[in-house]
Design a protein around this ligand. Structure first.
Ligand SMILES: Nc1ncnc2c1ncn2[C@@H]1O[C@H](COP(=O)(O)OP(=O)(O)OP(=O)(O)O)[C@@H](O)[C@H]1O
Ligand SMILES: [Mg+2]
Length: 421
């Protein structure tokens, strides 16, 4: 059994290297796949390097690896681009996700991505999230006819406590509020509204419609799909990877950073931050002060992970995004699925170790039968069901959380529906 690796784009075309370490990385990968990697200045650095850092760790662990083409998973694994020989392990899929993956997963007994991967999208249902949000929150229904809503099931907690959008907004007025569509995730950019003291609930829906127009109709009446939040100060945004319920590694949410920005094997959280995300303004305090901040955030991430483990034992692999509030106290921004989350400068040595251990211990999954011979070569019967055919043709690219890619929310919806157990 094997590590399946999907690069972002063409693995043979690397971005312009930033350091000698990058050149060394390209050489290591070239040697193992047996084909030379060339530099193409048009390739996006973070997109290409992040997954390749995971590949490098799989190579260091001496595991058998198949580098996959950008095809649907069954076809891809039957027609790998390169095979790196090594030790057998539980089947693991790392690297870039494809929108077709949720349809292909049932054909594989994968130890990773975690079976609970997409459950993190339901974070707004967790009481632990509400306790640790550090801001006032209210869940609201997507406007429109409730009868038109999909049959969303509650994943965590007792149920979905939500109100009409205007009522939720009024409960946070006056002040700035942020409306985020949390279900399905990434369907809509965050919307900010300044509510005055005279704001009344009847205005809320109209303000929302002005921004989203017909978008709402797609999710009409979905219960608790909007998270209305008080806008608060968030600094030092940091992403932690929690695997097997344990906080494994963390790093600041700095768009230009990749695991190549901190290659020390034992760094759990580099004390390097942008004060406000995407501002470019760095925290220039003394290193000892920054290390104290790192320690505080690390301990906080563990506290939250332990509370999530108690509340939702089935959710044991996720990404936890944390920030500091105006008083410098930590709060939880959101949770995301690991498999579709950007790495920033997270430690891929620790992360890959944790993933392999998780996969080896993961319960085996029932798989749907398929005939491998049907998937050898370029052509062949994929025979997708009609809904699969729709989804495969519509959502064949994928976006990473925390990155600027175009968002395909319905892909997440379909992913939720089919991928969760
Ligand atoms: N309540 C809030 N108050 C202030 N800023 C917020 C609030 N909620 C979110 N933000 C800011 O907006 C950013 C995006 O929010 P969030 O991560 O919840 O949404 P997202 O859909 O995952 O977006 P992205 O993919 O950009 O991370 C956060 O990283 C934070 O900077
Ligand atoms: Mg985010």
């Amino acid at each position: 059994m094997t590590v399946f690796f999907r690069p972002c784009g063409d693995i043979l075309k690397a971005p312009a290297p930033r350091t000698d370490l990058d050149r060394h990385l390209y050489t290591v990968i070239s040697e193992h796949i047996g084909v030379e990697i060339t530099v193409d200045a048009g390739v996006d650095y973070e997109d290409w390097v992040e997954p390749v850092c995971m590949l490098e760790q799989a190579i260091h662990l001496g595991l058998e690896i198949k580098v996959l083409p950008a095809a649907h998973l069954r076809r891809a694994v039957m027609n790998p681009l390169y095979v790196i020989p090594g030790k057998a392990c539980r089947d693991i899929l790392i690297g870039r996700q494809q929108k077709s993956d949720p349809y292909e997963m049932p054909f594989f007994d994968l130890g990773w991505p975690a079976a609970c991967d997409s459950k993190a999208n339901h974070y707004a249902e967790l009481e632990t999230f509400h306790r640790h949000a550090g801001r006032k929150l209210a869940l609201a229904d997507m406007p429109g006819d409730r009868a038109a809503a999909g049959d969303r099931k509650v994943v965590f907690g007792q149920g979905l406590t939500s109100t009409a959008l205007g009522t939720a907004m009024a409960s946070l007025a006056p002040g700035d509020v942020i409306v985020k569509q949390v279900y399905p995730g990434k369907a809509l950019p965050l919307l900010t509204y300044t509510l005055d003291k005279d704001f009344d609930a009847s205005k809320g829906q109209g303000m929302f419609f002005e921004d989203v127009e017909f978008h709402f109709a797609r999710y009409e009446g979905d219960p608790a799909s909007l998270l209305v939040q008080e806008k608060v100060t968030m600094t030092h945004e940091t992403r932690f990877f929690v695997v097997g319920g344990k906080v494994i590694t963390g790093a600041a949410c700095i768009e230009s950073h990749t695991p190549m920005d901190d290659i020390h094997w034992d760094t759990t959280l580099p004390p390097v931050w942008e004060i406000t995300r995407n501002s470019g303004e760095m925290d220039t305090r003394d290193r000892m002060d920054r290390k104290r901040t790192a320690l505080k955030m690390w301990q906080y991430a563990w506290q939250v992970a332990e509370e999530i483990a108690r509340e939702a034992p089935g959710l044991d692999a996720y990404v936890l995004d944390v920030a500091l509030d105006a008083q410098g106290e930590p709060l939880v921004i959101e949770l995301n699925p690991v498999a579709s989350s950007g790495l920033y400068a997270n430690n891929t040595i620790l992360l890959m170790d944790a993933i392999v251990a998780y996969a080896e211990n993961a319960p085996h999954r029932e798989v749907e039968s398929w005939n491998p011979d049907d998937f050898v070569g370029d052509e062949g019967p994929m025979s997708p069901t009609p809904i699969q055919a729709f989804a495969l043709s519509t959502f064949d690219t994928c976006s990473l959380d925390g990155e600027d890619d175009e968002i395909a929310g319905a892909g997440n919806l379909i992913s939720d529906d089919l991928f969760e157990d």
